[in-house]
Design a protein around this ligand. Structure first.
Ligand SMILES: [Zn+2]
Length: 88
């Protein structure tokens, strides 16, 4: 039995069980992840960051969830590390 949610004069009526509803949601999520967008799903390269994003950049070479935040932080850290190494 398909899960449906219907808004009527008596309020919302639902057919099917809650677990069926969750299963339907899970199927939808899998379709998103398995679709064209799923192939673009990336995790931010900054270790402290757990953001995921869709890489729609040309060549799919984007590394950060956002250049303004994570990209700049990682680049600044790498720059400091190089400066430090040069002094030793
Ligand atoms: Zn990030």
């Amino acid at each position: 039995m398909p899960v449906t949610l219907r808004l009527g004069p008596d309020g919302a009526t639902r057919t099917g069980t809650v677990s069926q509803g969750l299963a339907a949601l899970a199927r939808e999520a899998v379709e998103i992840l398995g679709g064209d967008d799923g192939a673009l799903l990336r995790e931010c390269s900054r270790p402290e960051c757990t953001q995921v994003y869709l890489d729609r950049s040309r060549g799919h070479r984007r590394e950060w969830c956002a250049m303004k935040t994570c990209g700049n932080r990682v680049k600044a850290a790498a720059y400091r590390a190089r400066q430090h190494a040069a002094q030793d």
